[in-house]
Write a protein that binds this ligand. Structure first.
Ligand code: PLP
Length: 426
């Protein structure tokens, strides 16, 4: 695969943007290939400026559940943009979108922001304001955005960096415990009695690769929080509207106090949201005294793209059945390919989120994900991408499917994976 033009543009960009990217993971830092510079996306395919075509299993890190440039989403943007770009004042589409999100995700109230990071920051501030407590519990390997309070043993691109510039005074109020390990949570509560405002968790982690929480574990978190007066926050920035209309909550039958959204909720445009119980949500300014604001929050173009996306999902819930069956097939094909090759591997999948780990048989937390064969994953990612299967460049990310993927796309993935397995055996 030729990436000459991509290399030229990427190198030029580095002159003006640190590392050539506006978010670190895009730089392919741990791969030895240049990141393709993307010029177009349609359905499940993306195209780069060298004319290469890829089947996309990254999908803007999970955002594009309907595939790229879904015609209804594109039209909804076109319809709005002639008359409404930004006012910083109330618009009717905000009401429509809030009503749709609350009814679809079954929450009382919602506040829209511009990113997942803003959503989680707001959720934690709300929890602190509501409970009057100052500490939070988070899990190693979970990523909740780039605010200081979350950058302690975080997954995603943070997993591969030695961080600087973090305010230690703030971070000392973040207690990190092990995913799927109740003892470590109980210990944190014992050692920080009456000080924990909230436990924040990705109910299905996507940022250490896909690692699902165990049902009993989430249920136990709910009980501990109830007992000790802390809030439970589900960070559903990835899983919200991806695993079901009600997100991961529906799979686990556990109700958090607050939920954060991002990615899918904006239909591919910059958007996040925090939602949950009325009693807590109404503490937000101007109704209450927990401050949060945003010049661009609830932007009409973003609301319109998000509204169309969520409405389409709501009106076609069979999309989730389709995604499940497609993802199940992909998991089956990959399991067969790698079993035949005698590679040690483990596939973690929940709905249309999936990760392959090499060199391990089981991954239930960040420690186990880190123990996997990262070098093998690097080879896998390079091979797949240079053969037209666009997957995450890091082990600590998830692959995603969209409603635009077809069975033939999954079969192509399996074919390339099979030739990779033969290639590594040589
Ligand atoms: N929470 C989770 C679970 C995420 O995966 C991410 C981003 O990937 C965030 C929060 C932060 O979202 P954003 O990148 O929109 O700030």
């Amino acid at each position: 695969m030729r990436l000459d033009k991509s290399k030229e543009v990427f190198d030029k960009t580095k002159r003006y943007i640190p590392g050539g990217v506006n978010s670190p993971i895009r730089a392919f830092k741990n791969l030895s290939i240049t990141p393709p510079v993307i010029s177009k996306g349609k359905g499940c395919r993306i195209f780069d400026i060298d004319g290469n075509e890829y089947i996309d299993f990254v999908l803007s890190w999970g955002a594009m559940i309907l595939g790229h440039c879904d015609p209804d989403v594109v039209n909804s943007i076109k319809e709005v943009v002639e008359d409404q770009i930004a006012f910083g004042a109330p618009t009717e589409i905000e009401y429509e979108m809030a009503k749709l999100v609350c009814e679809t995700a079954q929450i009382d109230m919602v506040r829209f922001v511009n990113s997942g990071t803003e959503a989680t920051m707001t959720a934690v501030r709300l929890a602190k304001g509501y409970t009057g407590k100052k500490k939070i519990v988070k899990f190693a390997g979970c990523y909740h955005g780039h605010h200081d309070i979350f950058l302690k043993e975080a997954g995603s691109a943070v997993a591969e960096l030695r961080l600087k510039g973090i305010d230690e005074d703030i971070v000392q109020n973040t207690i990190v415990v092990e995913y799927n390990n109740l003892d470590s949570v109980e210990k944190a509560f014992k050692e920080n009695k009456d000080e924990i405002a909230a436990v924040i968790i990705e109910p299905v982690a996507g940022n250490m690769g896909v690692v699902p929480a165990k049902k009993e574990f989430l249920q136990a978190l709910r009980e501990i929080c109830n007992l000790l007066g802390s809030l439970l926050i589900f960070d559903e920035v990835i899983t919200g509207f991806r695993l079901s209309l009600k997100g991961a909550r529906a799979l686990y039958d556990v109700e958090p106090d607050l939920i954060t959204f991002g990615k899918i909720i904006g239909g591919g445009l910059p958007c996040g949201a925090v939602g949950g119980k009325k009693e807590i949500m109404q503490c937000l300014a101007p109704q209450g005294n927990v401050f949060q604001a945003g010049t661009m929050s609830g932007n009409p173009i973003v609301m319109s793209a998000g509204y169309t996306t969520v409405k389409k999902l709501k009106e076609n819930p069979d999309i989730y059945t389709y995604l499940e069956s497609l993802a199940q097939k992909l998991e089956g094909y990959l399991a067969k390919v790698f079993s035949n090759s005698n590679l040690t591997f483990c596939i973690n999948r929940v709905g249309s989120m999936l990760t392959v780990f090499f060199g391990v048989e089981k991954v239930e937390n960040f420690e186990m994900a880190r123990m996997s064969n990262l070098d093998q994953f690097k080879k896998f990612a390079e091979y797949m991408i240079t053969n037209g299967i666009y997957i995450p460049s890091s082990q600590f990310e998830a692959m995603f499917l969209s409603s635009a993927h077809m069975e033939s796309d999954i079969e192509r993935f399996a074919e390339v994976a099979e030739s990779f397995a033969k290639f590594v055996k040589k």
